[in-house]
Design a protein around this ligand. Structure first.
Ligand SMILES: [Zn+2]
Ligand SMILES: [Zn+2]
Length: 278
């Protein structure tokens, strides 16, 4: 059993640290992707813009405010996990003498694969007409995603999203660094998926080596149409369940072609297709 002293001490020492970590993770990643897009706009990203529409100032405001609420929910969950570890309900180890590097790598890879499946199915469920308004409406107010859309969730959606971490950790004992890497991976992929410009080195042909990784165009099409492309990291579930956008490959090829054309000296910049066109 955990003592009241431990909880009170944690509230003043651990909670602010978790808040900095959760907020910092969102702000730094979305900030870095925004900065990279701005610095390399003319030389690289202008030709890789996915929609002709641009997000408005009120889109950014709404996304940052909703994401701040998500950060608070993630912080409370992180703090609850800390208390659960302290009281012995949850096993998160810090020492490689407990489990070696192979266990570390395998459990991290399994956690990412399991999260991909969890995301696909919870996301699809949240698109059910009975759940959509309460769970997923705020996220889809962003028709033209920006890096700041990453955590723009309704409170119930934020709870569903973060619940995966304690559920997984209750089943599989994890190294604390593996959890840290997982959280960094999920925010990086999440922010890149909402970047509004294609980040992946797409060639226009589905690569055997990289075709199983979702591109930014993949999730952008989900925000445009809402009925396809539910997956997060990998393309497996959308292909297995036949929910991949029918024009997905054509859209990726189009971005790749524009990007190639823009790099050829003397080639005029070719305009993109209008947003929302399916
Ligand atoms: Zn999204
Ligand atoms: Zn959705």
């Amino acid at each position: 059993m955990i003592s009241l002293d431990t909880v009170l001490h944690g509230l003043t020492t651990v909670l602010p640290h978790v808040l900095m970590l959760e907020g910092g993770r969102y702000v730094v990643t979305a900030g870095l992707v925004s900065l990279a897009t701005w610095i390399f706009w003319r030389s690289w990203f202008r030709a890789r813009k996915i929609q002709s529409r641009s997000a408005t100032a009120s889109d950014y405001r709404r996304e940052v405010l909703a994401s701040a609420r998500t950060v608070l929910i993630f912080t409370l969950t992180g703090f609850s996990m800390y208390l659960a570890v302290r009281s012995g309900w949850l096993r998160v180890y810090k020492d490689f003498s407990v489990q070696g590097p192979v266990y570390f790598a395998v459990t991290l890879a399994l956690m990412i694969a399991a999260h991909d499946a969890y995301f696909y199915w919870t996301h699809r469920a949240m698109h059910h007409p009975r759940l959509f308004r309460a769970f997923h409406w705020t996220h889809h107010k962003s028709r033209t995603p920006t890096p700041w859309t990453a955590y723009a969730f309704d409170a119930p959606e934020a709870i569903v999203m973060v619940a995966f971490v304690p559920i997984w950790a209750a089943i599989v004992p994890m190294h604390d660094t593996a959890l840290y890497i997982f959280m960094t991976w999920q925010i990086a992929r999440n922010v890149i998926g909402h970047a509004g410009v294609e980040f992946s080195p797409v060639s226009g042909r589905r690569s055997r080596l990289w075709g199983w990784l979702n591109t930014t165009t993949h999730h952008d099409l989900h925000h445009q149409s809402g009925r396809t492309n539910y997956g997060l990291y990998f393309s497996w579930w959308d292909r297995w369940m036949a929910t991949e956008h029918p024009d997905y490959q054509a859209r990726v090829a189009e971005v790749a072609e524009r990007s190639r054309a823009a790099r050829k000296p003397g080639t005029p910049f070719s305009p993109m297709r209008p947003a929302g066109e399916s």
